[in-house]
Ligand binder design. Structure first.
Ligand code: GDP
Length: 487
């Protein structure tokens, strides 16, 4: 799978990284999750709260006043785009709109100067930590298993998945197209492109569908980054052939060569250059969307989390994953957007994520890093209140729905604050997961009323100081991800 040069290069990188780390400690934090899970919002809120001394009572270093200063610095990797923090914050804070989502990898360095908690530490430690935040699409991570799969394996699995009942209608056009071509005829670019476009359209339809299906590889078909339209992406799975080896010059041989090129030139370098260097990882998931879409979507999300964890598992006999897992010692699985629920349901959401993570850990046979879970909102767009209905007092959330959002036929203008009764998550965690016969226990429907709210207006103190972005449990996430490195 890998060559000696890969190994030598990573070993050297690691060594020089460690050496540099002795003088100026660094921590590389990977932020991932499938598209729209909340990566951009999470990073923007984390940095904003650290730069502006946000309210973070569960983040010990901040709470005890040991953080002297936090500031952005030039990032260490010149070839990686910078995370556009300033633009994202301007959109969030000034326009009160959500920023553009992650489309490719980016990086940002935040340096924290702190006072060590122990007298001993104060004497010896420089009290400075450079946090390198690396934002990348979860779709790209899920390409790792391809490294162990031949083109024939990849094709067979792609057709098996496409024929599953939940996907048959979405994959129909592409399957019809594939059935009509002769894969053993001479290769031609136009056919290759039609098949690749058809396959990509099917993968995108799965993503956009209300059933909230999670992702199938290749990840770059959904998130091409700078590879849009390049030959490395002009391939697709083909129905199995009669012969064991494709005839040279055939469409099948061409597709196989491009699949191998995708692995060699896209998947492997991404892992070698970025994932093997991470120290910590947060995986964001949109659990509320999956809960609303039903038990099939929950099962699908569980499958995605299982595959993500498997990427960080040691001992797959894969040199790259062994390296990743030796280094990453903490992984946080975080359901964000908890501000769509009343606080009484936050613990329930966290319990559901914990169950999902436990099942994924068991299925992936995961060992190695510490895994924790949290239900949070990186940016809290709502506040809580109550509404009287007859004799009852109902807990509600108040926020400004985005212009164009609707609920029960009512359309919003993006200007008016509205009270919404979101509904409660069920108390019994198991009830939201598929039972063995593939159904949800019929007495529970956890569907919550879900509208997208505008980001909040920032509050000012009596002295006129603008406070940082409000959140829910962002401090808990921070404590787990970096707290020990500021001790
Ligand atoms: P990415 O694709 O993972 O970078 O996802 P984003 O960070 O762009 O988030 C996608 C969308 O989810 C945003 O445009 C928001 O509508 C919503 N969102 C993300 N985080 C939060 C949050 O903490 N609270 C709320 N209310 N909405 C969020």
């Amino acid at each position: 799978l890998t060559t000696f040069t890969d190994e030598a290069r990573i070993a050297l990188d690691t060594l020089s990284g460690r050496a540099a780390g002795l003088f100026s400690p660094t921590l590389r934090l990977g932020v991932t999750g499938l598209s729209r899970a909340g990566k951009t919002v999470f990073i923007s809120a984390l940095v904003h709260n650290l730069l502006h001394g946000g309210r973070l009572p569960l983040f010990e270093a901040q709470k005890s006043g040991r953080i002297a200063r936090a500031y952005l610095e030039e990032q260490p990797d010149d070839a990686v785009p910078r995370f556009q923090y300033e633009d994202h914050i301007a959109t969030l804070v000034e326009q009160r709109l959500w920023p553009d989502s992650t489309r490719a990898i980016s990086e940002l360095r935040l340096t924290i100067e702190y006072e060590s908690a122990s007298g001993w530490g104060r004497m010896f430690s420089a009290g400075k930590l450079s946090l390198d935040i690396v934002d990348y699409p979860g779709e790209w991570l899920l390409d790792l298993p391809l490294l162990g799969k031949s083109y024939a394996d990849f094709s067979r699995e792609a057709f098996e998945m496409a024929e599953l009942p939940v996907r048959t209608d979405l994959s129909k056009d592409w399957r019809t197209l594939s059935a009509a071509i002769d894969a053993d005829a001479d290769a031609d670019e136009v056919t290759a492109r039609r098949l690749a476009d058809g396959f990509a359209a099917y993968l995108k339809a799965c993503k956009l569908d209300d059933r909230a299906l999670s992702t199938l590889p290749p990840g770059r078909f959904l998130m091409p980054g700078d590879l849009e339209g390049s030959p490395a992406l002009t391939f697709a799975p083909l129905p199995p052939g009669e012969e064991r080896r494709a005839r040279p010059g055939s469409l099948r041989a061409m597709m196989e060569r491009r699949y191998e090129a995708y692995k060699t030139h896209v998947v492997k370098p991404f892992f070698r250059e970025h994932i093997t260097r991470l120290d910590r990882q947060i995986v964001l998931i949109d659990a509320l969307q999956a809960l609303n879409a039903g038990p099939g979507a929950m099962a699908d999300l569980e499958r995605a989390v299982t595959e993500i964890l498997a990427c960080f598992r040691p001992g797959r006999g894969n040199f790259l994953t062994d390296l990743v897992s030796r280094r990453i010692d903490r992984i946080l699985i975080a359901a964000t957007k908890a501000d769509h629920l009343h606080h009484e349901s936050h613990d329930r959401l966290q319990a559901i994520v914990r169950r999902l993570a436990d099942r994924a850990i068991a299925r992936a046979n995961f060992t190695g890093a510490d895994v924790d879970v949290v239900a949070m909102a990186a940016v809290r767009a709502t506040r809580e209140g109550t509404v009287k209905q007859g004799r009852e007092t109902l807990p509600v959330i108040l926020g400004t729905p985005l212009a164009g959002e609707t609920i029960g036929g009512q359309a919003f203008d993006g200007k008016t604050e509205t009270a919404i009764f979101p509904g409660d998550l069920p108390e019994k965690v198991d009830s939201v997961f598929e039972t063995s016969n593939g159904h949800r226990q019929d007495d529970v429907d956890p569907a919550i009323r879900f509208v997208r709210f505008r980001p909040p207006k920032l509050e000012r103190t009596a002295e006129g100081v603008t406070l940082s972005l409000p959140h829910i449990r962002l401090d808990r996430a921070l404590q787990f991800l970096i707290g020990d490195r500021l001790a």
